[in-house]
Ligand binder design. Structure first.
Ligand SMILES: [Zn+2]
Length: 273
């Protein structure tokens, strides 16, 4: 079954850095990828005026998306460096989620060192909860509940994670897409940094030569077989629907809860139990 994927990125290039390999995999599988940029990254260079850089970076995002193979981009054009958790952004995100009806959402992780990245997580996390319920009459669209939410790493690598994606087949695409962000690469070699990180993730997890790793913020499928530790994998990539994640709730003390009661889960792969 075709899956709809929605990525939230604070800035153009965060989507490629955090999950570009996974997005290339989704495209290959026939899944539909949409990306929403919260800002246009106009504060990320002193070489251009803000207006000029915003236009350049939106164009770079389009070029990078073309390399990966998706076209559906939304620019919310918040002020770069000043992303706000406010009523206006919550409404935009709730309505975007209801419009796009994603099965899987990717977003920054909540402990990233960049303030805009952390605010993006908070906005998206809250919006997904609000989008799923008929609680606020000011939001347009029918309630939509997203199946899975994965948090990716950009500025601050994750200290722990539950899901690993083997992107070996797509690392060249990811790096080529990253190089489309020319205004950024010329000051910091992000292409080398994140190819190196993917290799590190692959070597440490043993899941593939190059990997991307994620915090699992939400998954709904529950296993009957008890607790499984972190590092197990699930695969939306599998042709078999039964290969999707199984989450273990029984006996697991849910110590952390996000808004609207979305617990942080650990999970195992059903097929390996
Ligand atoms: Zn960013």
């Amino acid at each position: 079954m075709m899956k709809r994927i929605l990525v939230f990125a604070a800035h153009p290039d965060d989507d490629i850095i955090g999950c570009g390999g996974s997005l290339a995999k989704h495209v290959k599988l026939g899944n539909q990828v949409s990306v929403c940029y919260m800002t246009s990254g106009e504060a990320a260079s002193l070489d251009y005026s803000k207006g000029e850089l915003a236009r350049i970076r939106e164009g770079e995002a389009r070029n990078a998306a073309q390399v990966i193979g998706f076209q559906d981009l939304t620019y919310l054009r918040n002020s770069d460096g000043y992303l706000k958790y406010d009523q206006s952004n919550l409404k935009k995100l709730v309505e975007l989620v209801r419009e796009k009806q994603p099965h899987i959402v990717y977003v920054h992780h909540q402990s990233d060192g960049h303030q805009d990245h952390r605010i993006a997580f908070q906005l998206v996390n809250e919006s997904l909860g609000r989008a799923s319920a008929s609680l606020f009459q000011e939001y347009k669209g029918a309630p939509w509940s997203t199946e899975a939410v994965l948090a990716y790493e950009v500025w601050t690598p994750l200290s722990d994670f539950e899901y690993v994606e083997d992107i070996s087949e797509f690392i060249d695409k990811k790096t080529a897409a990253l190089r489309k962000h020319e205004s950024q690469i010329k000051s910091i070699p992000y292409d080398e940094a994140f190819e190196g990180l993917a290799r590190y993730r692959g070597a440490i997890t043993g899941k593939g030569k190059y990997c991307e790793v994620f915090k699992v913020i939400k998954h709904l499928t529950c296993s009957r077989r008890g607790f499984r530790p972190a590092r197990a994998t699930f695969s939306y990539a599998s042709a078999s629907a039964t290969a999707l994640v199984s989450v273990c709730l029984r006996g697991f003390p849910v110590s952390e809860r996000l808004n609207f009661g979305l617990p942080l889960f650990f999970f195992g792969r059903r097929g390996s139990e």
